[in-house]
Write a protein that binds this ligand. Structure first.
Ligand SMILES: Cc1ncc(COP(=O)(O)O)c(C=O)c1O
Length: 472
């Protein structure tokens, strides 16, 4: 068999595939038991050197290669993974992902992905229903960043005269994807007007008028207000109802960046956090954050179905049919992507296997865990929690009375680094009001309060070693 025949041999695929699934199932079992290191730490230089060596070696079957990759990867299914907002994907969804990759249905036009295009439309209709867009429409795209850019492009195209200098308003805690979208759209750094947050890190909607005046001072016409649902650092939800009132009074487009938190639309008991979202013009929601789908899988939804066509206007005679401009069937008309991942299969497989119940149970588990964690922190000085969590994100730190601000910042950063490099836990850090805070996004529904207490123990041990060292 030559290399090309070997690459496409179905029996080799079957045998290797079974081995790979066994490896992954073993990985899941060992992670659930907390056996493996969360992050097998190596410096970036050492990791690159390792792979340079391996890639120069003799050919290796995929199962051996993947075994090595698993051993050297961060483990999102480990209950002690508590870092960035990337989910531990549900295995049912992953299996559909494998099929989707082999099918490689391109999605841009219906003919290139009949099942995946139809399922995409089904997912969008269902999700619009949960958001409260009774007549809404939209599509899936690769990530909240791209989704926000697409929604803002649609907003500009609907709201602004061509060539007009526009401004977008968002809170100072909004995810950087809004600032990036504004720059891509040619708005430079003056195109974004930021609004301060209150003591719960929510947008000060009482200061929105000042933002309008600031935009006018910059010679720009404000067209969009972005509400965060929720913010990235602290998981705080802006008051969407107040944002919608303001937008209606001043003729602005309301975009809700619900990449992380709009998922609560699937849980009646948590939905109050996004009250008013049905009044937004556009909403972005990531299935790869709180809804257990492998990255990337983002829904971009519009209250008015016609607005979902507003971002892009390019014609392509080799791809799209003339006179079929408002049909969901050719999803490439509405997304920045031409060839697009068949991400709908990953969402639909999980939905089909377990129903919406699985989303509800997951949301309930990780939100309850955040409340438990805040309670643990409050009972364990010198730990403190920055704000009562509304989401599954908790910011906290060690604040020993003996330390000044600078020393405490350095202490927390060093303790985190030590704990992460030990492989025992993965947490991240952020800066809030000029101070360093540790940050846990509780993405794994099987993390327990005991895991959280053990993480605090580890931080305390690491900090006690450094507490007496001078800060650098
Ligand atoms: C509020 C918010 N918006 C947007 C994004 C970006 O989403 P993505 O990573 O899917 O591009 C994030 C990512 O953490 C986020 O938290």
């Amino acid at each position: 068999m030559n290399a090309l025949e070997k690459a496409f041999d179905p029996e080799r695929f079957r045998a290797e595939g079974h081995r790979v699934v066994d490896l992954l199932a073993d990985m899941l079992r060992s992670e659930a038991a907390g056996e493996a290191a969360v992050l097998p730490w190596a410096s970036p230089e050492d990791e690159l050197a390792h792979w340079e060596g391996r890639m120069a070696g003799p050919p290796q079957p995929p199962s051996d290669f993947i075994a090595e990759v698993i051993a050297r990867s961060i483990k999102l299914h480990h209950p002690r993974y508590m870092g960035h907002q990337v989910c531990a994907p549900a295995p049912d969804s992953v299996l559909a992902g494998l099929a989707s990759e082999l099918l490689n249905n391109g999605m841009a036009v219906y003919e290139m992905g009949p099942a995946s295009n139809a399922l995409e439309q089904w997912i969008i209709r269902q999700t619009c229903g949960r958001i409260g867009f009774s007549n809404g429409d939209g599509f899936l795209t690769s990530g909240g960043t791209l989704g926000t850019l697409t929604a803002l492009l649609a907003a500009r195209s609907k709201m602004a005269a061509h060539g007009q200098e526009t401004a977008v308003i968002a809170s100072e805690e909004a995810h950087y994807c809004t600032a990036r979208a504004v720059e891509i759209m040619g708005g430079d750094r003056h195109g974004l007007v930021t609004v301060p947050v209150d003591d719960r890190f929510k947008m000060r909607t009482d200061l929105l008028r000042d933002a309008l005046e600031e935009a006018a001072r910059r010679g720009r016409r404000p067209v969009v207000l972005v509400a965060s649902a929720c913010s990235t650092s602290t998981g705080s939800y802006d008051d969407i109802g107040a944002c919608a009132d303001f937008c209606e009074r001043h003729g602005l487009w309301l975009h809700v960046d619900g990449a992380h938190g709009a998922a609560v639309a699937f849980h009646p008991g948590l939905r109050d956090r996004i009250a008013g979202i049905e009044r937004a013009h556009s909403v972005v929601l990531d299935f790869h954050k709180l809804l257990m789908t492998p990255a990337l899988a983002t829904a971009v939804m519009f209250r008015e179905p016609g607005d979902s066509w507003a971002a892009f206007h390019q014609q392509a005679r080799y791809l799209f049919k003339e006179g079929d401009s408002d049909s969901w069937k050719d999803s490439g008309r509405r997304t920045l992507e031409c060839t697009k991942l068949g991400m709908s299969l990953k969402i639909a497989a999980l939905w089909r296997a377990s129903g919406e119940e699985v989303f509800r149970e997951h949301l309930a588990a990780v939100h309850a865990l955040a409340k438990d964690f805040a309670a643990i922190l409050r009972s364990r000085p010198p730990f403190e929690v920055v704000v009562e969590p509304e989401s599954n994100i908790v910011c906290f730190r060690l604040n020993p009375p003996s330390c000044d601000d600078r020393t405490a910042d350095a202490l927390n950063a060093r303790a985190r680094r030590e704990v992460v490099e030990s492989g025992g836990f993965y947490i991240v850090q952020t800066v809030l009001r000029g101070r360093t805070w540790l940050r846990a996004a509780l993405m794994n529904p099987f993390t327990t309060p005991r895991d959280l207490s053990a993480m605090l123990d580890a931080l305390e041990v690491a900090a006690s070693v450094h507490e007496t060292e001078p800060s650098r």
